[in-house]
Design a protein around this ligand. Structure first.
Ligand code: DP6
Length: 314
């Protein structure tokens, strides 16, 4: 038996497209910041009497084909024929709808690698986590990390940029909507790839990766926020210009963004980023986060997050 814990991460430069669905290879590199409030604990037990993998999520029997996909790969690597019981708990303070495949597959990668005797160095864990969910490759690391696009299983993995984070960046979740997302990210990105602007997005993203690494090294929260917001807006513009257009934003999303812009124009560092759903995350600093939170609290529940740790045994 082995149990692992991993935290969610927010993408500052988004992963939004796959070049290979089987191996979950992305069309671009991405940068994430692992946070400290939302995490998943996952335990993997190998037993001889199971006839298939068994998955218990938050105390209930569940099914997720991606779990067995990862385990089939592990079994193929190790020559093991054993099935596993996977027990996973999401720890999400007060709120529903925040469960994350990033924390789940990062924790699962460590627990499964340990149980089956695969290497547990971070690049190897991040490759395995990626097979389950792309963004999970970054949650293997604490602080800022980059997931290199690569061109095959071996070359597509994440590495640390900065951990621990020695400056006061904060991310505020504004939970206007706690329902599960309408269009899963894997479907959303597939549709976005039909946008005529997609290749432009890829070249922008490449430049933004370089700018973001420099901004992180310079501990420049304003630059980090400005680049992240531009990148996120570009991602959502792809969705609106896809062959079958769609939009994750809701009316409240725009209202929150407008308030964030008002704060920024009043001299407060506040920048928006949004993933595959309507909730806005605000990038800000330790001095301003309470003020920003107070300003946005009427929109819904607020969660202030700091940089968090990488995957660990528990
Ligand atoms: C918008 O990692 O959930 O959050 O690989 O299909 O599991 P799969 O996708 P997933 O996509 C995350 C998309 C995003 C941006 C990001 O985290 O980089």
């Amino acid at each position: 038996m082995t149990q692992a814990r991993a935290y969610t991460n927010i993408a500052l430069i988004k992963y939004w497209g796959k070049s290979d669905i089987t191996w979950n290879l992305p069309t671009s590199s991405s940068i994430g910041l692992t946070l400290d409030q939302l995490y998943t604990d996952t335990r993997v037990d190998l037993t001889d009497d199971l006839k298939q993998d068994l998955f218990i999520l938050d105390g209930q029997l569940a099914s997720n084909p991606r779990i067995s996909k990862v385990l089939d790969f592990v079994r193929q690597q190790t020559g093991s024929h054993k099935y596993a019981k996977i027990t996973s708990e999401n720890h999400v303070p007060n709120s529903a709808g925040l469960a994350s495949s990033a924390s789940a597959f990062a924790a699962f990668a460590l627990a499964a690698s340990d149980s089956y005797g695969l290497p547990t160095d971070r690049p190897s864990l991040s490759r395995l986590a990626r097979l389950g969910s792309g963004s999970a490759s970054r949650s293997v690391y604490g602080g800022f990390s980059i997931w290199y696009q690569g061109y095959d299983h071996q070359s597509s993995f994440a590495q640390s940029i900065l951990d621990p984070v020695d400056f006061g960046i904060r991310v505020i979740d504004v939970l206007t909507d706690k329902k599960t997302k309408k269009i899963p990210s894997s479907q959303g990105m597939q549709r976005a790839q039909s946008s005529p602007d997609y290749s432009n997005w890829l070249s922008q993203s490449k430049m933004q990766i370089r700018e973001m690494i420099a901004a992180i090294k310079n501990k420049d929260i304003e630059k980090i926020g400005l680049i992240a917001e531009r990148n996120a807006m570009g991602m959502h513009a792809l969705n609106r210009s896809a062959d079958k257009p769609f939009d994750y934003f809701a009316g409240e999303t725009w209202a929150v963004i407008n308030d964030i812009h008002r704060l920024y124009h009043a001299g407060i560092p506040a920048f928006a980023t949004i993933d595959a759903g309507p909730n806005v995350k605000v990038i800000t600093d330790s001095r301003s986060c309470q003020k920003v939170a107070d300003q946005l609290k009427n929109f819904g529940e607020i969660l202030i997050q700091k940089p968090g740790p990488g995957v660990v045994h528990v």
